[in-house]
Design a binder for this molecule. Sequence first.
Ligand SMILES: Nc1ncnc2c1ncn2[C@@H]1O[C@H](COP(=O)(O)OP(=O)(O)O)[C@@H](O)[C@H]1O
Ligand SMILES: N[C@@H](CC(=O)OP(=O)(O)O)C(=O)O
Length: 524
Amino acid sequence: MQPYSFITNHPLFVVKIHKSKIVRKESSHQVYKVPKTYFSRWTCSVTPKSNTQTTLREVFSSEPKQLSDQKLDRIVCKFGGSSLANAERLKEVGKLVQMQLEKSQRYPIVVLSAMGTTTNELLQAGELALKEGIVDISSIRKRAYLACEELHLSKEDLVDPLLTTLDQLLLGIKFIKELSPRTKDYLVSFGERLSVRIFASYLRQSEGLPTEPFDAFDLGFVTNSHFTNADLLEESFPRIRECFERLVQEHTLAVVTGFIAKDKQGNITTLGRGGSDLTAAALGAALGCSEVQVWKDVDGILSTDPRIVSDAIPVPFVTFQEAFEMAYFGAKVLHPIAMQPAMRHNIPIRVKNSYNPEHPGTVIKSRREHPSENPVTAISLKRKCHLVDIESTRMLGAHGFLAELFKVFGERRVSIDMIATSEVSVSMTLDPKAFDTRDKEELEVELSKIASVQFSGEKAIISLVSNVSRSTEILARSMQVLWKENIDVEMISQGASKFNISFIVEDNHADAAIRALHKEFFRH
Ligand SMILES: Nc1ncnc2c1ncn2[C@@H]1O[C@H](COP(=O)(O)OP(=O)(O)O)[C@@H](O)[C@H]1O
Ligand SMILES: N[C@@H](CC(=O)OP(=O)(O)O)C(=O)O
């Protein structure tokens, strides 16, 4: 089928419309070239549902919908693991979904992560099977069974088939002694696949809602094969739209797995930790929804990590770029890439608290209507980064040095976060998540061919997401504060991003630095 094809819901015919000149003639289908006045560049195949005299003209008597520009008058509501810890929380989330339904009179599209810490437990179970030869899914089984019992659902039909397959997968890991990134993705997919089935069943049986669970890969989510951190392919967007229109009726409340997708070979992939936010934003963008709501356990995006500063305050508004900088530089609250589809299609994201639904939370939009008085919007922290100091062994100013350097990192898919250069030396920080000991050894060997290299671990990047047009003030106040705290700044990056000023400090000074800076900009 062509990517843009869709099926109309005519009562008398199954009508498949294809954006192509020629449609393969299937035995049971009559193929019609539709008159230009109805669908320019569209052809269709029509299968009568029953013996009927209805003419084609009647089938196409209404104006065709323009698939690509059409907006869907629904919102996407994503609930993360922190909102789905147990049966009680699932009931609360059920209430929030009903509230949304009453408010808008439209079924929201619900995206769910795995319940609580299931993803971590699945990964631990994989490691245990690999390293100790022990197959143990008791914590995962217990959570799923407890939820079924408390929600009065039959565990035999709902979760047992998935748990049996999970058991077999772990046995496979134990015997084959292999836990490749591909297997890891298959392993963690059980978390989201369990949660959507339990929640959809609960809403259907207890609340009488027309709910159906969907695995995101059945709704068109296609990625490349970078297992554990796969990129959503552009072709997913028209596919999602086509699948959604075909599989989800107007009166269906769809509950979709976050985080997981499939590659073109049909292997299950994941979008990176926290990737359900991206699933929600991609669905919202593909379907032209009016809003994407991301429900967490905090009152929106806070001025800094609440685990370091307990009185961090909610930020009512941030731009997409600011949210991206925050997320990329460590604020765990949102997946860094999630902003991209929403930003491209100009769909606002609202971060809300499922434990405090009355709070307005944070709105993320393209543009700020009024400049904020505070030059700093929020402070984020990325810990345990590696700092690499590289000095060219070639003569001063040799061209192509930086290009060669970046090629070494690019080939190993190691991303560089911050960078500072002088004539012959370069210092950079590396994302700890995309970098392991083997990468380090390989990088050392390759880089030593063109430069002298020194790695030092245990660094932290502190990022002030801010109005950079006030950078002199921000830098002066920040340096003063850090100087008083006796904290050395090892590197500064300012100016490259219009929304971010970053400093490198020793990791063991990071908490003190964040507290001092937060006090200076938010609590003075
Ligand atoms: N700047 C920040 N604003 C809000 N939350 C933050 C921030 N930085 C870190 N966090 C942490 O992010 C958590 C929410 O993200 P996460 O656990 O991924 O939610 P979920 O699993 O519900 O998607 C919060 O509980 C909070 O501890
Ligand atoms: N369950 C996955 C995906 C996810 O997005 O989770 P959460 O929404 O709870 O951050 C993870 O733990 O990474």
